[in-house]
Design a protein around this ligand. Structure first.
Ligand code: PLP
Length: 480
């Protein structure tokens, strides 16, 4: 028998003897079918982005199944997935079309080495991505998660200049408050202290310029005006360091892990022109915002620009399987295309590069975009998101509600007039997280920012439900 923290002996005996598929009636008999899985998990698993001690008091939720926007635990309780399971899910859990595509692929080929070999799903996916993405991005380099894609883009940019004999160009410019992942290169170009500070001694030096984050604009100042004003820092940094800089890396429009701070597309237009002027690459990390999240297929399209490198992951497979891709153009590709003995090749690799199952899931995801009016539907859903929380604009603890398409964020503060934030140690967001779980929703505030990033198959009524739960959570978490 296993020890289950906080449970009495009799309950444990019943629980462990219970078959895995007990009917709902047992919930009413007070048998907690989650508890055994939770105890076994906590005995063996170390979870991501978690202070594991929190789970002494915070429930860890074992999920048995999921359909559409709903997750279901082993007790049969359902949770509305308001954050698309860490921003990956686009068309719902267990989507019949993606399920079928993966099953079909499984019957043919699960995986094959992607060096020296290839497969139809990878080829079709690359063709499809090239059709969809901003002009000039004609080459796809696959990796298997977002951080890995960022590493690829950084290395490719640096290596490109090296192949051209410009060996001084080895630095990267990044925005304050940015986030690009957790591996050492990605962490180095990020600027969220919570994740970065501890590892500072391990990280390469980067040039960090102030963010166009429009939460910080002056009262009455437009997003575009503030973004243009903030761009002066970028222009000055480029002018001073271009000879040493390989690339600027940005999260277009939304700094997601950086408290969902947002900025105006015009910043990207200015940045594209400046990168061209100074002969510096532009890396667009659309890992979180790509595939319709901000209203357009890719956020860069709102600025009418093409980056030199476009990093995609998360929604790429509809939230099913780990896959990422770095897209670039012919000019980059040709700078590596040479006789082997010149040693110019890009030798980066991951064992699961171009995994066939993941490519099949991604293809099915892109086919849904092709066959259904996803972006038009999202515009209506985005409007519903806005109206569902409009009443919070006057709330004394809400400093700002901001939105880019299917991403909406509510910034909570101690003092609305001065925008004095809540002390992070008070963990107000965690109270909202707990409350939402009790009410049957997954909301996972970042610090003092509550946000919605739901799957695109959410209904207007479900949006309203999410908003009601968030509103109650905000009331409860900010009343003292
Ligand atoms: C903008 C951005 N870049 C990179 C990453 C890292 O992706 P992954 O978690 O797949 O490594 C994330 C993850 O949240 C992200 O939001």
């Amino acid at each position: 028998m296993q020890q289950v923290a906080g449970a009495d002996h009799a309950t444990i005996v019943v629980r462990i003897g219970a078959p895995a598929t007990l009917p709902m009636a047992d919930l009413r008999n007070n048998i907690d079918l989650n508890a055994d899985w939770t105890a076994r998990d906590l005995a063996r698993i170390w979870h991501p982005c978690t202070q594991m001690k929190d789970h002494e008091t915070l429930p860890l939720l074992p999920i048995k199944r999921a359909r559409g926007v709903w997750l279901e635990d082993f007790n049969g309780k359902r949770y509305l997935d308001g954050i698309s399971s860490w921003w990956v899910n686009l068309f719902g859990h267990s989507n019949p079309r993606i399920n079928a595509a993966i099953c079909r692929q499984l019957e043919e080929l699960e995986h094959v080495i992607f060096a020296g070999f290839t497969h139809a799903s990878g080829i079709r996916l690359a063709e499809h991505l090239v059709e969809l993405s901003p002009p000039g991005l004609t080459r796809c380099f696959f990796a298997d998660n977002g951080s890995a894609a960022v590493e690829v883009a950084l290395k490719m940019s640096f290596h490109y200049w090296r192949n051209l004999g410009k060996t001084r160009k080895s630095k990267f410019i990044t925005l304050a408050n940015s986030y690009h992942g957790e591996t050492l290169g990605a962490l180095a170009v990020g600027d969220v202290d919570l994740y970065r500070a501890t590892y500072g001694p391990l990280l390469m030096d980067v040039l960090t310029v102030p963010s166009p984050d429009c939460y910080l604009r002056e009262p009455g100042e437009t997003w575009a005006a503030y973004s243009a004003r903030q761009f002066e820092h970028m222009e000055a940094t480029l002018a001073a360091h271009a000879d040493d800089v390989a690339a600027v890396i940005v999260e277009p429009l939304v700094q997601c892990a950086g408290n969902m701070r947002m900025y105006d597309p015009s910043y990207l237009t200015l940045l594209r022109a400046a990168c061209d002027r100074h002969d510096v690459h532009l890396i667009a990390d659309e890992i979180a915002v790509g595939f319709g999240r901000t209203g357009t297929m890719f956020a860069c399209q709102q600025a009418g620009i093409s980056p030199d490198f476009l990093c995609l992951s998360k929604g790429l497979t509809g939230g099913y399987l780990p896959l990422s891709v770095v897209m670039t153009g012919e000019k980059t590709y040709q700078a590596f295309y040479d006789d082997y003995t010149k040693l110019n090749a890009f030798l980066h690799s991951h064992s699961y590069t171009g995994n066939a199952l993941a490519c099949a899931a991604a293809l099915a995801t892109l086919e849904i975009f092709r066959d259904e009016p996803v972006l038009a539907r999202n515009r209506e859903l985005a409007q519903r998101l806005a109206t569902s929380v409009a009443h919070l604009a006057d709330h004394p603890r809400v400093a700002e509600i901001r939105q880019h398409g299917m991403t909406l964020a509510i910034e909570l503060v101690r003092n609305k007039a001065t925008r004095e934030p809540f002390d992070w140690r008070e963990r107000r967001g965690l109270r909202i997280y707990r409350h939402a779980l009790e009410c049957g929703a997954l909301l996972r505030p970042i610090g003092n920012v509550v946000y919605f990033m739901p799957p695109y198959v959410i209904t207007p009524d479900e949006i309203d439900l999410l908003a009601r739960i968030a509103t109650q959570g905000i009331e409860l978490a900010t009343c003292d």
